[in-house]
Ligand binder design. Structure first.
Ligand SMILES: *Cc1c(COP(=O)(O)O)cnc(C)c1O
Length: 412
């Protein structure tokens, strides 16, 4: 995409990072000062989970839930708020699915004295009222998307008054607001190159610890919504693999209800539902795809980061899709052994890590498994309630619906 396409909604510094060819980019002191509130995040070995599984595998997890917002999202939100502020922007708009991205940006804007407007996917707005309270505590204003406030929102409501919303729709609304207001820029919580780059601190910290332990992961596992937490933990290791070092496997886990990498197409598509955001080449289910209101709200996105899509197309990343009941069973096993209550999104990574550890049990191999525990689930207890009550439904998106949305792809 051209730089001029991005200039109405992003500051020049972030646009330059979006297209940068540099290997390393320094973090400004002001951003470092904020990061010190929670970074470096802990890298734990899951001894009790290993014991419960009776596996010879060594399971490690990086825990990003210790940030104020409870996930990896502030790693990018703080940097984005800072660079906007530097260029004289005092107001940011964003979308949020599970509420993590909105919380992170609300927190970041508060620290830099900026206003924050959050379009929260309606399904999540009702599932997670306390996420809204958290965002409002940090000074943000939050609306349930689709809204009557934007053309994009009004168009969706005209077609479907009961629309549960989607990340694609909420992005359209937030981008439209930023593009039509001089005082407002847009912040995206995932997908874009600069967001992935901000998250690589996760994997770089893991590498430092593994060097001290004289270990190297045989597998790196993460859940994928737009791809940022997975890229964050995996890219620093993929760098080695691309240079011919090691034989690490990289496993990206998505929900069966939103199977972008496993059942989507690798092609040009819009990043948002209304087609306001620039087109990028990525795995996509079609920009009009509205996934069902499953509990891993952060994974309900029709597309995938272009960088991750390319690596997947080249076979460097292995995609995998899981049903939500199996994912919650894994989350419970994790909470009951390691103590931490995971968010439903990283519970997808836990499911894959457990499966791989059980394969090691069969083969007798003592592999090193690393996964990203991208956030805690303290605001996701209604999902745990449903699971414990046995009322959570497995949902695989029907192939006919996938094909219908793919038929609406832009012709390029
Ligand atoms: C937003 C979110 C995700 C999904 O987004 P990615 O960009 O794929 O990381 C995963 N886990 C948590 C905790 C999130 O908040």
């Amino acid at each position: 995409m051209a730089r001029r396409d991005l200039a109405p909604i992003f500051p020049m510094d972030l646009i330059q990072k979006e297209v940068s060819q540099e290997r390393y980019i320094d973090i400004p002191d002001e951003v470092m000062d904020v990061y010190k509130l929670w970074q470096p995040t802990p890298l734990y070995r899951a001894f009790r989970l290993e014991k419960a599984l009776n596996t010879p595998a060594k399971i490690f997890y990086k825990y990003e839930g210790v940030s104020p917002a409870g996930s990896h999202k502030p790693n990018t939100a703080v940097a984005q708020a800072y660079f906007n502020k530097q260029e004289g922007i005092n107001r940011l708009s964003t979308e949020t699915g599970a509420g993590q991205c909105g919380s992170a940006l609300a927190f970041a804007c508060q620290l830099f004295g900026m206003e924050c407007k959050v379009y929260m996917v309606k399904a999540s707005y009702h599932q997670k009222p306390y996420r809204r309270s958290l965002m409002e505590t940090w000074g943000a204003s939050v609306v349930a998307s689709p809204t009557e406030e934007t053309n994009a929102g009004r168009n969706i409501l005209a077609q479907d008054k009961e629309s549960p919303g989607s990340l694609g729709i909420a992005i359209s609304e937030a981008v439209e607001e930023a593009a039509t207001r001089d005082d407002t820029n847009y912040a995206l919580g995932s997908v874009l190159n600069h967001v992935l780059m901000h998250q690589t601190v996760i994997g770089m910290e893991c590498k430092t610890v593994f060097e001290k332990l004289d270990l190297y992961p045989d597998m790196v596992i993460g859940c994928v919504g737009g791809g940022s937490n997975f890229a964050g933990i995996a890219f620093p290791f993929i760098q080695d693999k691309l240079q011919g070092k090691g034989n690490t496997r990289f496993i990206a886990v998505e929900p069966e209800a939103c199977p972008t990498l496993t059942r989507g197409l690798y092609t040009y598509d819009f990043g948002d539902t209304a087609g306001i955001a620039p087109m990028v080449k990525m795995f996509t289910l079609g920009h009009t795809f509205v996934p069902p209101a499953i509990h891993a709200g952060g994974l309900r996105y029709h597309g995938m980061a272009p960088l991750l899509s390319l690596l997947c197309d080249q076979g460097i990343i292995e995609p995998r899709a899981e049903y939500q009941n199996a994912v919650f069973a894994a989350a419970l096993q994790f909470a009951r052994t390691e103590g931490i209550l995971p968010a439903p999104e990283p519970a997808h990574a836990i499911k894959a890590a457990i499966d791989e550890a059980l394969k090691c049990k069969e083969s007798g191999e003592s592999k090193v498994i690393l996964f990203n525990l991208s956030g805690h689930g303290h605001f996701d207890l209604s999902a745990y309630d449903s699971y414990l009550a046995g009322s959570l439904e497995n949902y695989a998106y029907p192939q006919a619906e996938v094909e219908k949305a793919l038929a609406g792809l832009p012709q390029v």
